[in-house]
Design a protein around this ligand. Sequence first.
Ligand code: FMN
Length: 219
Amino acid sequence: MVLLKSVNKMVKTMELKPFKKESVMPLPVAFISTVSKEGVRNIAPYGCVMPVLRPLDLICIATAKRRDTLDNIRETGEFVVNLAGADFADKVIPTAKAIPADQDEFEFAGLEEKPSKKISAPGIKGSYAWMECELFKLYEEASYILIMGKVVHLEVEDEVYDETGLCNVDKARPLMMMGADDGMHFCTVEELGKFEPFSAMFPQGKDPLAKMYRENDST
Ligand SMILES: Cc1cc2nc3c(=O)[nH]c(=O)nc-3n(C[C@H](O)[C@H](O)[C@H](O)COP(=O)(O)O)c2cc1C
């Protein structure tokens, strides 16, 4: 334990092993759906999922090397990042189990498919948003691979999305998790009711990307 001086009070801190980073950083739980070249449907939950900079259409996923998801993405170049609500917490373990690659994981987990618009791999019905992705690049390292996907179609459930482009987290209740020493605790996020415009970050008070957001989304 170390004592750290905060603004007005003394705060006790604890040093953790660096690998325990997920114990202090909540992760989104995204369900990645893919299809093998033989046509077998697969689903796996992924927490290491990160959008790459506003306003790029890229998403980055860190994957271990032995994953049917990775094999399918290599083979077909396609995947869907399904964002689901807290009610999908019960689907995490059924989709995370290592079952044979020739077994259909939609059936195994009791999930239905939502046909995709731009790619062959289907999304998962009941999610609140779907990113249909095409493989952009793989960054290979000894023990992991970063999958870079280009989002070719993005869709969101009407009910959770408003006219200001805000996804209402109180309605969507995005499924997230915190790692602990013995497992995963599932959680969601809450709206704080505090808003700042992007423009507030820029010296002239103008968001250089504002025009892109003004262009209409389609229904
Ligand atoms: C909440 C959660 C998050 C996970 N996140 C990742 C991740 O980011 N990367 C990864 O390689 N595996 C992750 N896994 C493990 C895979 O989901 C698991 O190994 C799964 O069986 C892989 O399925 P597949 O072989 O069908 O692709 C996660 C598991 C859980 C339960």
